[in-house]
Each structure stands twice: as structure tokens, then as C-alpha cells.
Design a protein around this ligand. Structure first.
Ligand SMILES: Cc1cc2nc3c(=O)[nH]c(=O)nc-3n(C[C@H](O)[C@H](O)[C@H](O)COP(=O)(O)O)c2cc1C
Length: 210
């Protein structure tokens, strides 16, 4: 009986020590992390010139993960991300995107030479908030890319890309069924050239009611 008591006491002590050893962020570390987040939010810019270098897959995966952690209405998780690192498919999407401009598009690359495209689509029948959900995923991707040292830019016209027969074929090949509508293309890569300055913020952006 006495031995049992000591074994129990030892078990409690082990649990206590292991819990108290779990590293908790100090107040300073918390503040630093918060400052870094604020810095990232304020310094992210749309990048429109890229090197050809392909970012490491682990980094792209981490950025996608950040996208999947965006809030969604009623947690319906209506959006999906198609992460394209394949050059042929990336070029096809660029062509479909440029085609929206019509014949004036010429040889333009609306993806500005970026080697990676993360396309966000959302299932319009999965949640009333599908557009908002998809836009927040886009926001997370753009900010996560910046936090991981990559350039990014929201490129519009994903809707038209995936309304085309070629776009639909890409979804079908991936086995994606449902009413998926393109929200945006988040292009990724290493910035080339000067880092852009932020545009001045308009006056009266924020109205206070105190
Ligand atoms: C919904 C949306 C669509 C956009 N579409 C494009 C686009 O097609 N091509 C482009 O170069 N930039 C596009 N942008 C990027 C904006 O032009 C850019 O965010 C804006 O000029 C502010 O610059 P910043 O992102 O550096 O702060 C888009 C941004 C948003 C939010």
C-alpha cells in the first residue's frame, strides 16, 4: 500500500515536472512575435518582377498551410488552393488569364515571371460567405509569403480562368467537383529589382466612434 502511494507520488511529480518544462513564450518573446507580425503586415508589397528561382517546396507548403488557417464563415472551409509549381500548367494559367484581356494581350505574362501560382477557388454552394472566405485565404497567403521572405501579388481573373474549358479540365484532372469559382491567383517567387514603396494611405480611412 505504502509502495503504491510512492509510485503514485512519483507519477504526479513526473507529470508536474514535464508540464512545467513545456516552453511557454515569455512576455518579451510574445511582444517580439507581435512586432514581427505587425512589421510583416505593414511591409508586404505587391511584387511585379521575379527571378526564375523556384522557392523550396517546404516554404511553399508552409505558405499554403497559413492559407488553410484563415477564418471561414461557420468554419465551412469553402476555399481550396491549387498550388502550381509545374511550369507548363503555370504558363497555361498565365495564357488563360491574359486571354481575358482579349487580343490586346499579345505575349504578356500577367504573372510577371513568378515561378509559382497558388490559385484560390471557393465552393459557392458550400457557404454563403464563400467569397469572403476565399479572400481571407488570399490575404493569409500574401502575408505568409512575405513573412517567409518571398514576393507575392494578387492577380485577378481566376474566375474567368476556371470558367474556360481548359480551366475546367485542370479541376477535373485533380478530381475536383462542385461549384468552385476562382477567387484569385497568388503569385510567388523571389523579388527582382527594387522593393516597392507603399502607396500613401488615403485620409479618413478610419472613422472612430469612441
Ligand atoms: C482583389 C485584388 C485584385 C488584384 N489584381 C491585380 C492584378 O490583376 N494585377 C496586379 O498587378 N495587381 C493586382 N492586385 C494588387 C493591387 O494592385 C495592389 O495590392 C495595390 O496596388 C496595393 O499595393 P500593395 O499590395 O503593394 O500594397 C490586386 C489586388 C487585389 C486585392
Amino acid at each position: 500500500m505504502r509502495r503504491c502511494f510512492y509510485v503514485l507520488l512519483l507519477a504526479v511529480a513526473v507529470v508536474f515536472v514535464s508540464c512545467s518544462n513545456t516552453p511557454q513564450p515569455t512576455e518579451n518573446e510574445n511582444t517580439t512575435a507581435m512586432n514581427t507580425t505587425m512589421q510583416d503586415l505593414l511591409t508586404r508589397r505587391s511584387i511585379r518582377q521575379y527571378t526564375d528561382e523556384m522557392p523550396p517546396m517546404e516554404v511553399i507548403e508552409e505558405i499554403c498551410k497559413a492559407g488553410t488557417y484563415a477564418p471561414t464563415g461557420m468554419n465551412r472551409q469553402a476555399p481550396i488552393i491549387i498550388a502550381v509549381t509545374n511550369r507548363e500548367v503555370r504558363d497555361k494559367l498565365s495564357r488563360l488569364n491574359a486571354a481575358v484581356f482579349g487580343k490586346d494581350a499579345g505575349d504578356m505574362d500577367p504573372f510577371y515571371g513568378a515561378p509559382v501560382v497558388l490559385v484560390v477557388l471557393a465552393d459557392s454552394s458550400a457557404a454563403a460567405t464563400w467569397k469572403e472566405d476565399g479572400s481571407l485565404v488570399m490575404g493569409n497567403l500574401l502575408n505568409a509569403a512575405h513573412a517567409k521572405g518571398l514576393g507575392s501579388c494578387w492577380i485577378h481573373r481566376a474566375k474567368e480562368e476556371f470558367e474556360s474549358e481548359e480551366g475546367k479540365a485542370i479541376l477535373a484532372e485533380l478530381g475536383i467537383t462542385g461549384n468552385y469559382v476562382g477567387i484569385g491567383n497568388c503569385i510567388l517567387g523571389y523579388p527582382a529589382g527594387d522593393y516597392p514603396e507603399p502607396a500613401p494611405r488615403k485620409e479618413n480611412y478610419v472613422y472612430w466612434i469612441k
